[in-house]
Write a protein that binds this ligand. Sequence first.
Ligand code: ADP
Ligand code: MG
Length: 394
Amino acid sequence: MTAAESLFRKEFGAEPAGLWAAPGRVNLIGEHTDYNEGFVLPFALPQRTIAAVGPAPAGEWTVCSTFDAQSDHPAATLDRTEDSSRVSFGVTEPGEVTGWAAYAAGIVWALRDAGFDVPGARIALDSEVPVGSGLSSSAALESSVLTALIDLGGLDLPLELRPALAQRAENVYVGAPTGILDQSASIRCQAGRALFLDCRSYEIKQIPFDLAAEGLAILVINSNAPHQHVDGEYGARRKSCEEAARILGVPALRDVPLEGLADALAKLDDDVMRRRVRHIVTEDARVLDVVATLRGDGDVRAIGPVLTAGHASLRDDFQISTDLLDLVVDAAVAAGAYGARMVGGGFGGSAIALVDADRLDEITAAIVRRFTAAAPAAPRTFVAVPSAGAHRLG
Ligand code: ADP
Ligand code: MG
């Protein structure tokens, strides 16, 4: 029995009607490009959030989570405005439910706001996705609850419209101004594939990404430093990008082609803004570069240096890396990784490294050695196998 089922039994004294799972994600390349209407290339993690869900009277929702029990989780900082791991709510407007339960209340609100008759529900959550580690535990939570409520209520919401609805829950109800990357990955990814998403048209292409067949692996290194103060920094980056697009007279930075970068930079007076623009424009080009390599017959290892260049751009131009993440990337490349970069919103969280599968242990050990010399605790590491998006388990 899953932990979500056990929690459901304990909290509600009944069996759930079903189980739904939604994964966390890593982004292979394409960081902060989503809200610039550009390109991203995430894949879903094997780690996921499971929602055990059963019916409740109309207009009543209760959520609980095993989250508290993960006390060995150094990165776990549950913002507990609601001082309870069990929260009940009725029909609400943004701002009424706060803390972690807002992610679930936001999904209910966004569905209702889109005109759906959302069934009352009791929801027990259990997650393997590290929280605040740039692996998108928030989207995993939203996507598991969204998929469960859609199935339970027989709601007619096609897959392609679900990410924007979950994003709306996070933007408007939770109040986090994130782009569409995380929810798209958690909902639309497929096993063995990376999701090439155009964040303007929402068009997707599933790109075969079978690393094991190539003798390769993606190692995830969680720096154990939860991304903090990220909202203000994220908002500032976003504002700077939008302001630059306005000055350049384009709808979004996605519309500045790589060939036009020098001209665009010449039109901007502010050095910080020039850096932000340079990151976004080169990052979009890196996504296209990686997609072309993965689709071609060439060597997948060739994407390594592109990942490392992406890290340098996040560190120097977008300025969202940390000393520990820089150290992880340096240590990975020095130990023989083909490439490495920090992932996620920045200011903490995780990094990825592309390595030969048969050198995984050796490279991991080298990174851990360098890391523990500089930090109080060892990083958490795991291999990220591209996994399935949100779906019903049973
Ligand atoms: P990330 O998405 O990178 O993990 P966020 O700050 O976007 O980090 O989301 C983390 C927040 O999501 C947590 O602080 C908590 O409010 C909520 N959350 C995530 N997973 C769970 C869970 N299993 N149970 C309860 N709340 C969760
Ligand atoms: Mg998140």
